[in-house]
Design a protein around this ligand. Structure first.
Ligand code: HEC
Length: 193
């Protein structure tokens, strides 16, 4: 008798959930991670190809200047209307496209603080909810390959290109393991919590 009651309770709850317009917050988080991976892998694939083709990174940096925003737009076109995905950082190279707002800044600062006290987990996804919008953040750490264009020792034509294309560039002097930025998915959907 007890189990029958339990079963019907579960069934009606499931029915309620599938009929209502709300989504499970965990599902929204998973959905966001999926979009983050789409953008992350699209950019990584292109960067790897470009870096292999030219060890000086000059072609690759020009490619990033011309195509990073375009690739981001292309990925966003594939997402449902209620979702978007983008990159941002505390120390920016492209201030107009990758601008960090107050929430982005706060979340990234938390990552930086955790790195400082050795409590950082690179897989730590952070979720921030404001009204119907859920933001999902994945931290981007500086890897050795990033130093070519974001490190301390940028010289010659590469430096010239960066200075010319980004006169306000702040995205240099990074060390391996420091926070370079984040990928953020924003999902505009009612969540059930
Ligand atoms: C070949 C040079 C090059 C390499 C290598 C490179 N980047 Fe960048 N990065 C750029 C350029 C150029 C931009 C600005 C792109 C734009 O205009 O949107 C940029 C922008 C970014 C941004 C967006 C925020 C901002 O400052 O505008 C992030 C985040 C980022 N890079 C992370 C990384 C990480 C992480 C790596 C290593 C895995 C890396 N980059 C390697 C050239 C490079």
């Amino acid at each position: 008798m007890k189990s029958l009651f339990f079963t019907s309770l579960v069934t009606s709850t499931l029915l309620f959930a599938s009929q209502s317009n709300t989504s499970d917050p965990l599902k929204i988080k998973e959905e966001g991670i999926g979009y983050i991976k789409m953008l992350g892998s699209a950019l990584k694939k292109e960067l790897q190809t470009q870096m292999k083709a030219d060890k000086t990174a000059l072609k690759a940096v020009k490619f990033c200047t011309d195509k990073a925003s375009l690739i981001t737009q292309e990925v966003n076109k594939k997402l449902p209307k209620y979702a978007k995905v983008r990159r941002t950082a505390l120390k920016l190279r492209n201030h107009t496209q990758n601008y960090a707002d107050a929430i982005d800044t706060k979340v990234m600062q938390e990552y930086v603080d955790a790195i400082k006290v050795n409590s950082f987990n690179p897989h730590q996804i952070k979720v921030v909810k404001e009204g119907n919008t859920t933001r999902v953040y994945k931290p981007l750490l500086t890897l050795p390959v990033c130093l070519k264009c974001h490190g301390t020792d940028i010289k010659g034509e590469l430096k010239e290109h960066i200075n010319k294309a980004y006169p306000e560039d702040k995205a240099v002097d990074f060390k391996v393991g420091s926070l370079r930025g984040a990928i953020v998915a924003e999902i505009q959907k009612e969540s059930s919590l």
